[in-house]
Design a protein around this ligand. Sequence first.
Ligand code: ADP
Ligand code: ZN
Ligand code: ZN
Length: 736
Amino acid sequence: MTVKNIFLSVAIPTPLRCLFDYLPDKNTNHKILKPGLRVSVSFGRQKNVTGFIVSINNKTDHPEHKLKRINNILDDCPIINTEHLNLLLWASNYYHHPIGEVIHNALPALLRKNISITNYEDSFWSLSKNNSLPNVNSKKISPTQIKILGHLKKSKVSISQFDLNKIFPGAKRSLNALEKRGLIRKETKKNSSNLVKINKRAVKLNKDQKKAINTVCNSINNHSVFLLDGLTGSGKTEVYMSVMDIVIKSGKQCLVLLPEIGLTPQLIQRFKDRFKVDIAIQHSGLSDIERLKYWQDAKTGKAKIILGTRSAVWTPLLNPGIYIADEEHDLSYKQHNGFQYSARDLMIVRAKRDGVPAILGSATPSLETLNNAVESKYIHLVLPTRAGVAKQPKYQLLDIQNKKMYGPLSQMLIDEIKKNLELNNQILLFLNRRGYATHLYCHHCGWKAQCNRCEIPLTYHKSNNRLNCHHCGSSKKNIKDCPLCKSELLRLGHGTERIEEVLLEKFPKVNIARIDRDTTQKKDSMNIFLDRMHSGNIDILVGTQMIAKGHHFPNVTLAAIVDADRGLFSTDFRATERLAQLFMQVSGRTGRGKKKGTVIVQTYNPNHPLFHNLIKHGYNHLAKSLLKERKLSSLPPHSHMALLRVEAHNIEQVKYFIKNASMRLKQLSGDTLLLFGPVPALIEKYGGRFRYQLIIQATNRKLLHAHLDKWLQKIEKMKNSKKVRWSLDIDPQNMN
Ligand code: ADP
Ligand code: ZN
Ligand code: ZN
């Protein structure tokens, strides 16, 4: 290839589903051109857009004289390797999402910018050889500088600037000042200590844990997927850690995905106590620069463990050894806007491409995963009992029809709370609705407080005396009287604020706390609550689903589902599965320590077979009968689904678009696909827009995707495709 006929196929973050050809700039040495390099290009009216070289070719489909030159190359060497690039291409293909946006989504924020990566290189600091600590009374040395010197003196290895900045905010200036005086010195590359020390586990494994660990370790160098199916508290995390121990000792890396709510300081501490290795932890609280550092540590192999929520699945690894997703059924693994990918599914794809094992852990596996286990595509490992001394909780269904109620709480539940308080135990009350009252209603004329844009009832929040729309977030001042007839408005339907109020009345002397999105806005507030709960400073914890998952509070003996009926009669085909999962998750919060736990379920439908099935036979039994139902109606996992979501202010445009799109898909696919629509979304109106869907089902996944590819090109050209907002969701997890 001479410089003359080199064409760069560049991915650019735009909704257009293609790559863009550019010419190298005149000064470029063509030998350094490689896929995986970022380039600065002009695109449309923008002068400096960050593009990404996907391939280098000697042909182009475009007239050569029309091609622009790139402005310059941003990196010295590719920021990701070919394997990782291929994964991104695969994802773009599978989710039918534009490659430019897929790559953009997969990179840490700083790499999306039009800046060279060397600007972000970390530096490492240590004391100069002939340094003796200066006279502390010296006027020219600041208190921070003295602290930094003291810190460096204690350490045997050089310390990263990122880390110093964390301990001493704004350390950069002090470091430069100290360097000028010759007291400390800088290295750009760390003479890495590569410390790998793994502590012995603190518990003695039971036979089921041993069996699970042995099974995984027997095929540690091959790809298989393991479903680790164990009750909450059955010791799954111990199993992950024992397997990771082996992987790390063999010099490889572990990627562990956790649901958004699962990445708690307690869990992080457990990993840190066990593994004295570099751990890259990715969560939403990180600064951009920390995020980049962890990303690079993973890429260079320095970090042996990568712990993170959904987006951590995009972390490049030098030497992958195992992939783990805890609570694999959790909905937070699916991104619901923009690029709608499933981190759990992608993780399995990665494990397969890398030829290493993947573990999916859950107490309530999703039906997709369970079905793969039933069909022997996954290896099913079971931990049937709680680890240590903890026993399974006892269930109590409380029929609240015609019973004395205090707001949402029955007298019977209040009595039980009292009993548990007297024994100095902790209590957890779960209600998946925040605010005080879910409806404001005029008994006289029938007026209801509604969001104008979403046509759903507004929720009254007592804490700030406002009416909020829980869909679009709009909010207005509370009103007491009906705007039409001036009668006093009734407050109906209960939220977590109301429970808290009743408890304060009934138990004025105990510590009550409420965890929901309203009380956890501030950074760290969740952790403060969790600390208080662990130290016994909270007696009764009220909360939404945020408290249902994952937490280990050994002193909780009573967990109550305040309103179990929501979800019993939903039209979403996944509603029963979700309700059963939630039911089990809440029950998993009680009786985790030495004391026996109780689960109380308040319901108007105490005879509903779902509850009896769950209590008597457990989740797996119920899940298997749900799988049979799905088979009879050819629903996932017994078919493959895609969803075309369409929304606009004008309802006719929305329906017209779907009918038209549906017709075109029918023409392409004949009878091979099942099409339903336009059907209204479960949230039919949102922020003033009407929302409808086309449901697409197929028995053959390959065929489905082949048709979708051709179809998308057609829809993009359809006349009113610019007048509506539309997106395609592959393997949708909700019909909202
Ligand atoms: P899961 O991840 O399934 O919820 P964990 O691994 O967190 O379960 O275990 C729950 C609790 O039981 C933890 O405190 C853990 O240290 C403890 N534990 C785990 N395995 C054992 C065991 N074999 N013997 C005693 N305690 C154990
Ligand atoms: Zn009225
Ligand atoms: Zn609204």
